[in-house]
Unconditional design. Sequence first.
Length: 94
Amino acid sequence: MRIQAQVSIYPLRTEALAQPVEAFCRKLQHPGLTVTTQSMSTLIVGESDDVFEAVRQAFAALATEYDVVMDLKVSNACPDAAETRHKKKVNDRQ
């Protein structure tokens, strides 16, 4: 089943937020997933097993170094629309 997930990560007890957030977003990159990082969250579109595994791995990697809070929303209602918007943004930048 194709899904769309919106994830936000909040590292705690650190003053440097950019490095752990960027590391988390890099870990989400997996073949078959469309990952769009925005200012307050990241959208992930793909097969449900792939999305959940990418999020699990990214969270586990970050949690070894930081205390973290993760907010995850998942929907099977419109993943293709999110992927289309992502592709349009990428094409507009080129």
